[in-house]
Design a protein around this ligand. Sequence first.
Ligand SMILES: [Zn+2]
Length: 152
Amino acid sequence: MGYLGLLIIFFLAFKPAKVVIDPKLQKYVTSFEKYAKKYGKETKIDYSVTFKDLLGVRAGVCYYSTIYGGQEVFVDFGTFILVPEHLRISLIFHELAHCSFGREHNIRTYRGKPLNWMYPQLFFYDIKLIEDYIEALITDKDENLIKKLERK
Ligand SMILES: [Zn+2]
């Protein structure tokens, strides 16, 4: 009986809540799905994407439950309101790429600057090349992006 009680509490405590996408984050989720399709990695975000106070330690996190196999993305609200729109996009796309594609961090740099949005920290990038950054993120290939950067 003692064990059963513990198991039930454990189950209730760790069962993922129903899928919730914060209305402020919906447009980024929709955009990510659109780009994933465009670059041949069609996916549906069927997990929660919401805000959470990550105490400024992290800008976002992809939480993966090994028990239930469910994913969940949390975006730090303090970071979200502080950064410009193009960094919001790279932050949220970074976390969605972790959760949807199992993408890991990429620490490659180009001319001393982080290259891929899977870099473990937010970085400023040339907004004119945003489509190329998105392509590199979704396809996990940097070649086209590097060609564009070389012309700069
Ligand atoms: Zn990350």
